[in-house]
Design a protein around this ligand. Structure first.
Ligand SMILES: Cc1cc2nc3c(=O)[nH]c(=O)nc-3n(C[C@H](O)[C@H](O)[C@H](O)COP(=O)(O)OP(=O)(O)OC[C@H]3O[C@@H](n4cnc5c(N)ncnc54)[C@H](O)[C@@H]3O)c2cc1C
Length: 373
């Protein structure tokens, strides 16, 4: 008999939801994380009475009622609606691209005027078979929206000229012909009162958690303690990069406490011109309608990923997907290791999707586990 049923590597959302479900089923879990806190990338920390999103702005939104009900067991959500602002040089625009944006760009007032303007700009481009991201975007939205709101931002995000980026990165660029600044279309949206870390803390109640512990530093000893491993770290690292490293984009955050009540009047402001080095500024208190005397802002910079840096976004281009498929084939042969979460599955997933995946795993894995006892 081993000490634990499951060793869960990663105290992020995936690992914590799985641990919660396992404990509910009477299983014993050991959760480890190499960081000095729980929560993974949704970790929030209180500074000046404000919940600061330490790894970038996180807005919960979903169309999945089951997931919404699930997460509401662990927090009360406020009525925050994500309505970002874009700054291009000295101009301000509403996002996502909607009638407010079109009015700010061209002074148009009706959907028909806006559609005509965009159609005319697209047809002027004569692009039938887009060969790169720039052509793809121009063919979808025309010159003005592309030049002011897409080009510089995308260039900063990927660290490359849009002409050098593949067209498939942008599949669609939704244009909304209504005066609607709500970024997401999901019926459920909000920010958990008290921060995301509190959700994770509740999920992990009854579970043994050990922080500042890297799985790879003590793999054999850790594995010997549990019947099975749920691994939410990097899949390629698990196999010692035997087929080569998968590619990621990284981010760098600069957080500052300011001695003023309100810096930018909105939670998320994107900087879409290339000359401004950061992609956006987050003012955390606006996620919670905060009225504190001070404010906390974070500048977000896109960065190249190199081994050892934080891998934020998987780069799901054909070459990396092919490489991932090799690792995945090997992973599927494992009897006692299950891979999950954004790094284990090498896939960008919003929080609702991560919860859904973890609940799916719990359903199959824990039923199977109980049947075989
Ligand atoms: C900048 C940014 C903004 C985002 N905004 C949103 C948003 O607005 N809305 C939304 O729904 N989603 C958003 N997301 C997605 C969200 O962050 C993810 O869905 C979620 O954090 C994934 O949880 P996870 O458990 O899979 O991974 P993680 O949170 O990464 O957790 C994995 C954990 O495993 C640990 N770990 C890794 N390797 C090891 C090891 N070897 N040993 C021990 N521990 C290890 C890590 O330290 C980490 O804590 C955003 C993501 C990013 C990058």
């Amino acid at each position: 008999m081993k000490k634990y049923d499951y060793l869960i590597v990663g105290a992020g959302l995936f690992g914590s939801v799985f641990a919660h479900e396992a404990v509910k089923c009477g299983k014993t879990c050991l959760v480890i994380d190499k960081r000095d806190h729980i929560g993974g990338n949704i970790y929030t920390e209180e500074i000046e009475g404000i919940q600061v999103h330490k790894y970038g702005a996180h807005i919960f939104h979903t169309s999945n009622k089951t997931v919404w009900d699930y997460v509401n067991q662990f927090a009360e959500f406020n009525h925050f609606v994500n309505s970002p602002i874009a700054v291009y040089k000295d101009e301000l625009y509403n996002l996502p691209f909607n009638m407010n944006t079109f009015h700010q760009l061209w002074g148009v007032r009706t959907p028909a005027e806006a559609e005509a303007r965009i159609r005319e700009q697209i047809s002027r481009m004569h692009i039938t078979n887009p060969k790169n991201l720039e052509e793809q975007a121009l063919a979808l939205v025309g010159q003005d929206v592309y030049e002011k709101l897409i080009e510089g931002y995308t260039r900063k995000q990927w660290g490359r000229e849009c002409r050098e980026l593949p067209a498939f990165i942008i599949k669609r660029l939704p244009l909304r012909y209504t005066y609607d600044n709500n970024y997401f279309k999901d019926p459920y949206q909000g920010i958990p009162k008290g921060g995301y870390t509190e959700i994770i803390r509740k999920l992990l109640e009854g579970t043994q958690v050990v922080l500042k512990t890297d799985f790879f530093a003590n793999k054999e000893e850790l594995c010997a303690q549990a019947e099975k491993v749920v691994f939410t770290g990097m899949l390629d690292e698990f196999y010692d990069y035997c087929y080569g490293p998968l590619d990621y984009r990284s981010l760098r955050f600069e957080t500052e406490v300011l001695d003023m009540a309100n810096y930018q009047g909105n939670a998320v402001v994107n900087y879409t011109d290339y000359e401004v080095p950061y992609t956006r500024i987050i003012e955390h208190k606006h996620f919670e309608f905060g009225t504190q005397p001070k404010t906390v802002i974070t500048r977000e910079y896109s960065a190249e990923w190199t081994k050892g840096a934080e891998p934020y976004y998987p780069v799901n281009d054909p070459a990396n997907n092919e490489l991932y498929a090799k690792y995945e084939r090997r992973a599927l042969e494992e009897k006692n290791v299950i891979f999950g979460g954004r790094l284990g599955m090498y896939r960008y997933m919003d929080m609702d999707r991560v919860i859904e995946e973890a609940l799916n795993l719990a359903e199959t894995e824990l039923v199977y586990c109980n049947e075989n006892e």
